[in-house]
Write a protein of this length. Structure first.
Ligand code: SF4
Length: 335
C-alpha cells in the first residue's frame, strides 16, 4: 500500500464568465492553476491563503464535486480524475467533508440523528437498529448528549452544530476528510475545542485531513505540513513545525500578521501593497510580483516553479536563497 493517500498533479480549473446575447464565454476565472500536492496516510496538510485564492475550489475538485479542466487526481491508488459518478460512488465513502457554516450545511427539517445517520442510509451500510446505535456512539464521541438524537439543528449553538457536521463526516470512517474552514464561523472561545475534537478523531480513526483555512495560526496548530496558496497556485510548502523558517515573501507576510502573545516581543508587520489581483487576468511571471517587496525584473516575465530548497521545503520564487535573511527564523536568531 502506498504511503500517499492523495496525489494531485497539475490540477487546473477555470470558470467561464459569459456575456452578450448569445452567452458566449468572454473571460475565464482561473481558480486553480497547475497545483501539485500529495498527502500521506494519517497526515494533516494545512492549506492556507486569502479568500478567493482557490482553496475551496481545490477541495471541491478533489471531492469531484466539480470536474477539473486538466491534471490528475490519484486517490488511494486510483485515478479518479475522470471516473464516472457511478464508479465514484463507493469511493465517496472514503472522502468526506466538513463545511465552514455548520448551520447552512445541515438540513433544518431533519433531526440530528437522521442527519448524522444519513450517509449510512445513502450507502446502505447498516440496518436501522445499527444505524441508531452508531449515531448514538458518535454523539458521545463528538461531545453531544444522546438527547441530541431527536432534536433539530436550530436548537443547537454554532459549536454544537459543527460537532454534528463532524459526526456526519466521520460516520463512514472515511480515509480522507476535507475540512473547509471548519472553525472560521465559530466564536474564538470554542475554536480550540473543535480543533481538539478533530485531532482526537484523527487519532482514533486514523484519518487524513486536508485542512483549509485563511488563518495561518489555526493551520499551524493542527497540521503536519502547510501549503500556501495564492491566486490559484501553491507558493510554498513546508513542515508546520518549522513555520518560522518558511522563506517565500508571501508566507512571510502571512507569518508577520500572526499576533505575538508576548507584549514585549516586537515583530515587524509586513503590509502587502495593493489588493489581490483578479484571477481573471493573473499577473505574468510570478503572480505575486505586483505585491512582492523583493520583486525584480525577471519576476515580471518568468514564472518560478515550485522547487525544493530544503528538507521538506518547497517554494516558487526565483530568489528563495536570498529570502533566508528575511525569514522570521533568521530574524529571531539575530536577536
Ligand atoms: Fe517575489 Fe520574485 Fe520571489 Fe515572486 S519570484 S516571490 S516576485 S522575489
Amino acid at each position: 500500500m502506498s504511503e500517499s493517500l492523495l496525489n494531485i498533479q497539475n490540477l487546473t480549473k477555470g470558470f467561464p464568465i459569459r456575456g452578450g446575447i448569445l452567452g458566449r464565454e468572454v473571460a475565464r476565472v482561473q481558480a486553480v492553476r497547475g497545483v501539485d500536492i500529495s498527502i500521506d496516510r494519517g497526515e494533516v496538510l494545512g492549506l492556507v491563503g486569502e479568500s478567493g485564492c482557490g482553496k475551496s475550489t481545490l477541495g471541491m475538485l478533489i471531492l469531484r464535486l466539480i470536474d477539473p479542466d486538466a491534471g490528475k487526481i490519484i486517490f488511494d491508488g486510483q485515478d479518479i480524475t475522470t471516473m464516472p459518478q457511478s464508479k465514484l460512488r463507493p469511493i465517496r465513502k472514503s472522502m468526506q467533508v466538513v463545511f465552514q457554516d455548520p448551520y447552512a450545511s445541515l438540513n433544518p427539517r431533519m433531526s440530528v440523528g437522521d442527519i448524522i445517520g444519513e450517509p449510512l442510509l445513502v450507502h446502505k451500510v447498516t440496518s436501522s437498529k445499527e444505524r441508531r446505535d452508531r449515531v448514538m456512539d458518535l454523539l458521545k464521541l463528538v461531545g453531544l448528549n444522546e438527547k441530541a438524537y431527536g432534536r433539530y439543528p436550530h436548537e443547537f449553538s454554532g459549536g454544537q452544530r459543527q460537532r454534528v457536521g463532524i459526526a456526519r463526516a466521520i460516520i463512514l470512517t472515511p480515509k480522507l476528510v476535507i475540512a473547509d474552514e471548519p472553525v472560521s464561523a465559530l466564536d474564538v472561545s470554542i475554536r480550540g475545542e473543535i480543533l481538539n475534537l478533530l485531532e482526537d478523531l484523527k487519532d482514533r480513526f486514523s484519518l487524513t485531513y486536508l485542512f483549509i483555512s485563511h488563518d495561518l495560526k489555526v493551520v499551524e496548530h493542527i497540521s503536519d505540513r502547510i501549503a500556501v496558496m495564492y491566486l490559484g497556485q501553491i507558493m510554498e510548502m513546508f513542515p508546520a513545525s518549522e513555520l518560522c523558517e518558511a522563506r517565500h515573501p508571501y508566507t512571510q507576510a502571512l507569518v508577520s500578521a500572526i499576533p505575538v502573545p508576548d507584549p514585549d516581543a516586537k515583530r515587524e508587520r509586513i503590509v502587502l501593497k495593493g489588493d489581490v489581483p483578479s484571477p481573471i487576468d493573473p499577473p505574468s511571471g510570478c503572480s505575486f510580483h505586483p505585491r512582492c517587496p523583493y520583486a525584480k525584473d525577471v519576476c515580471k516575465s518568468q514564472e518560478p516553479q515550485l522547487d525544493k530548497y530544503g528538507d521538506g521545503f518547497f517554494a516558487a520564487c526565483h530568489f528563495i536563497d536570498e529570502m533566508k535573511a528575511h525569514s522570521v527564523g533568521s530574524e529571531l536568531a539575530s536577536k
